[in-house]
Design a protein around this ligand. Structure first.
Ligand SMILES: Cc1cc2nc3c(=O)[nH]c(=O)nc-3n(C[C@H](O)[C@H](O)[C@H](O)COP(=O)(O)O)c2cc1C
Length: 216
């Protein structure tokens, strides 16, 4: 890493698999803002983290699918992550939860103490915001530091300019402020890692009544 050791590293991905995805457009915009603000970017696609439906027997027999190992590696290599996700039926898409379930079994558990920012885009008036509240639950359970301010782009089919920016100037400013505030926090925590938190997993499995503890 050399001279850029102190630079904040951010993994970004859209959780949509759709070719003309609004969430992929939004993550592209986040990428350009974050890059301009001086962080180092790793832009991924959901396809790279693809995995079959989680099955504990398969995990025990074959270990992790390639997509899970890839998500684990990419999370471990960054200080923070940004996810832009569609809302499906007032929740997150099943493939995103499945990817989280798989990677939560890897060690070190990669969400623990990692900073996360959640974005969504939808043609609806609420912008997919309910999906983000559902996404917070597993991430916070896993010890991620999920930024309080989330950004949900309503009426996404009308929201972008031809060059990929946000047509509404006020909204564009809010988006940039949100990203800037998140990066400031990540940078502060990287240089002054004063908040230590142990992550405790209670599996509730036979023979594991105490659970496992992983330090931050
Ligand atoms: C199975 C399914 C469920 C959906 N449920 C919601 C929903 O609860 N709320 C919402 O705002 N949009 C919902 N939508 C519409 C999506 O927001 C829309 O398809 C959007 O374009 C998906 O994001 P993308 O463009 O990034 O793929 C749903 C779409 C699908 C396919």
């Amino acid at each position: 890493m050399g001279s850029d050791k102190g630079v904040v590293r951010v993994l970004l991905f859209s959780a949509s698999l759709r070719a003309d995805s609004f969430n992929t457009r939004l993550i592209g915009l986040a990428r350009s803002v974050i890059e301009r603000l001086g962080a180092r970017i790793d832009l991924a696609t959901m396809r790279e983290f693809d995995a079959p439906s989680y099955n504990q027997d398969v995990e025990a027999k074959d270990g992790f699918p390639a997509g899970t190992s890839e998500l684990h590696r990419r999370l471990e290599a960054c200080d923070a992550f940004v996810i832009a996700t569609p809302e499906y039926n007032a929740s997150m898409p099943g493939h995103l939860k499945n990817a989280i379930d798989w990677v939560s079994r890897a060690r070190p558990q990669p969400f623990n103490a990692r900073h996360g920012l959640l974005l969504s885009a939808s043609p609806s008036m609420a912008g997919g915001n309910r999906g983000l509240w559902s996404l917070r639950i597993p991430l916070e359970h896993l010890g991620a530091r999920v930024f309080p301010d989330m950004f949900s782009l309503a009426q996404a089919h009308k929201a972008f300019t031809d060059s990929g920016g946000l047509a509404d100037q006020l909204l564009a400013e809010r988006f940039e402020q949100n990203l800037r505030a998140f990066l400031d926090l990540v940078e502060a925590a990287k240089h002054y890692p004063c908040i230590k938190k142990a992550w405790v997993e209670f599996l509730g499995e036979p023979g594991d009544t105490v659970g496992r503890v992983e330090a931050a």
